[in-house]
Design a protein around this ligand. Sequence first.
Ligand code: NDP
Length: 252
Amino acid sequence: MTWVHYQLLTWCWIALGFLTFLYLLRVDAPFGRHTRTGWGPMIDNRAGWVLMEFTVLVVLYLTIGLSGGLTNSAVVLLILVLFTAHYIHRSLIFPHFLRTGGKQMPVVIVLSAMGFNTMNGFLIGYYFSHFAVYPEFWMADWRFLLGISVFLTGAWINVKADYYLIRLRKPGETGYKIPRGGWFNYLSCPNHFGEILEWSGLALLSWSLPFATFTFWTAANLVPRALAHHAWYRSRFPDYPAARKAVFPFLL
Ligand code: NDP
C-alpha cells in the first residue's frame, strides 16, 4: 500500500469514527452500568474485556511481523513500548481486578470493539513498519517532550480513577456510589478524561496520522460514554454535586 492509499484508508476510518460518535450520542453503548437486554447473546464481562482489548496487540504485532519489522528507530520502539504497556494492563490486568460480580456484556459490543481494535492495530502497525521516520534528535523536540508528559499524566489519571472506582465496591457488592475527591471533584469520569489525554500525548509525541486517528476514535467512544455516565449519576443521585462536569474540567 502506498502512502496515498494509506492516507485514504485512514480518512475513511476517521469518517466512520465521526458517524460512530453521532450514533453514540443517541444510543448509550450497553455495557457496564448501561447494560440492558435486547442486544443479543451475552458474554462474561471479564472475558469480554480480555477479548476486546487484547485484539489490538495481536493485530499490531502480526502486521509488523508480516511487514518484515519496524522502521529502524528508537522513537518507534519507545512508542510501541508505551502502547503495549497500556494494552497489557487494559487487557490482562484491569479485568482481573474488576468487582462486577458475574455481570455480562453483549457479544455485539465485544465484536465491535474487536473491529475497532483490529483496524487501529493494523493502521498503527503498518505505519510504523512502512512510513515512520524520525529525525535524529526527535527525543529533544518540544512535541516529544510535551507529548510524553501528557501521555504519562493521562495514564496516571486514568489508572488512578479506574482503580478508585473499582474499589468503591467492597468485595461482593454490586451497586454504585458517588465517587468523591481528587479529579472527581471536577469530573464524573476522570478515567475517560485521562484516557483521552493519554492518547493525545502519544499523538503529539509520535506526530503521526495513526495516533491522531486513534485519539479521535477514543474521544468518539468516550465523550458520549462520559456524558451518558454523567446523566446517569444525576438521574440516580439527587445529591449529586451540581458543579461537576462529565469529562473535560470546567467545560463539558
Ligand atoms: P466505568 O467508569 O464505567 O467503570 C470502571 C469500573 O468501575 C467498572 O468496573 C464499574 O463497574 C466500576 N464503577 C464505575 N463507577 C462506579 C461507581 N460509581 N460505583 C461503583 N463502581 C463503579 O469505565 P468504563 O467501563 O467506561 O471504562 C473502563 C476503562 O476502559 C476506562 O479506563 C476507559 O477509559 C477505558 N475504555 C477505553 C475505550 C477506548 O475507546 N479507548 C472505550 C471504553 C473504555 P460496572 O462495570 O459494574 O459499571
